[in-house]
Design a protein. Structure first.
Length: 243
C-alpha cells in the first residue's frame, strides 16, 4: 500500500462569518493524481490555500512522512509540498531561467541536490522553456507561463504538487499538453492534488476525485466511478466540461 503524503480531516475555512469550506476530509498517497472538482465558488482554491498554510483553518492536517515538520508555509515547502497558484505568480521582468532558479532556492546547499540536474529535468519535460530560457517571463504566451510555473515548482524537487486551475485561460490544445505533462509528473515520482473546474479533463487523468459543492464534499471515489456517476453526468459534469 502506498504511503500517505497528506491527510486532511474536517477542514473548515471561513472569511469572517462566511464559511467557505465546511468539514472537508481528503487524503493523498504517493504516486496518485487526486483531483478536487467543482464550479466557481465551490471552495476549491480556498481549500488548496488552507492546505498550503496560506489561510487559517480548523480541523486536522497531517504530513505522515514528515512528523514534527510543523504547519508553516516554509515547513510545507521543506517537507516537499509546493503550490502552483491559479495566478502563476511569475516574476515578469526576470528571465525564464532566473524564475526557475528561484524555485530551487529552498534546496540550495542540501546534500545530493543539484540545480543543474533539476534544470535538465525541467527542460526535458518542457523543451519550450529551454528555447526561451533567456526571455523575460512577461513575454511568454499563456501556455508557456503555465509551463514555467510548473517548472519552477519542480525545481524544488517536491513530493506533492498542489495545482490550482492549470488549464485556466488556455486553448484546448494547450490544456491537453499541460495535462499530459501532469501525468508525466506522476511517472517522475511526484504526486499531484489537482484543483480544476474542467471536470471532464481532470477526471480523465486522475486516480481519485473529490467533488465540492458550495464548500461541502458532495461526492468522492475513484475518478472513473465519479465520471460515470449519473448525477455527475446529468447535473454537473457536462456543464463544467463545456464551460
Amino acid at each position: 500500500m502506498s504511503a500517505m503524503l497528506l491527510e486532511a480531516a474536517d477542514i473548515h475555512v471561513s472569511y469572517g462569518r462566511s464559511e467557505a469550506v465546511r468539514g472537508v476530509s481528503l487524503k493523498i498517497a504517493e504516486g496518485q493524481i487526486v483531483t478536487v472538482i467543482g464550479a466557481n465558488g465551490a471552495g476549491k482554491t480556498t481549500l488548496l490555500n488552507a492546505l498550503m498554510g496560506l489561510l487559517p483553518f480548523t480541523g486536522t492536517l497531517k504530513f505522515p512522512q514528515t512528523p514534527g515538520a510543523g504547519l508553516s508555509v516554509i515547513a510545507r515547502v521543506e517537507a516537499g509540498i509546493c503550490l502552483v497558484p491559479e495566478t502563476r505568480d511569475l516574476f515578469g521582468t526576470m528571465s525564464v531561467e532566473d524564475n526557475l532558479r528561484l524555485g530551487a532556492f529552498c534546496r540550495r546547499g542540501q546534500r545530493g541536490f543539484s540545480t543543474g540536474e533539476m534544470f535538465a529535468e525541467v527542460y526535458a519535460l518542457f523543451p519550450r522553456l529551454q528555447e526561451r530560457r533567456r526571455q523575460n517571463a512577461n513575454t511568454l504566451s499563456g501556455g508557456e507561463r503555465q509551463m514555467l510555473a510548473l517548472g519552477r515548482a519542480l525545481m524544488s524537487r517536491p513530493k506533492l504538487l498542489l495545482l490550482d486551475e492549470p488549464s485556466l485561460g488556455l486553448a484546448p490544445v494547450l490544456v491537453k499538453e499541460i495535462l499530459a505533462r501532469i501525468v508525466e509528473l506522476r511517472g517522475l515520482g511526484v504526486s499531484v492534488l489537482l484543483v480544476e473546474q474542467n471536470a471532464r479533463a481532470a477526471l480523465a487523468i486522475a486516480d481519485y476525485a473529490y467533488v465540492l459543492e458550495t464548500g461541502v464534499l458532495a461526492m468522492e471515489g475513484p475518478a472513473e466511478s465519479v465520471a460515470g456517476d449519473a448525477r455527475m453526468v446529468e447535473s454537473y459534469l457536462g456543464a463544467v466540461a463545456g464551460s
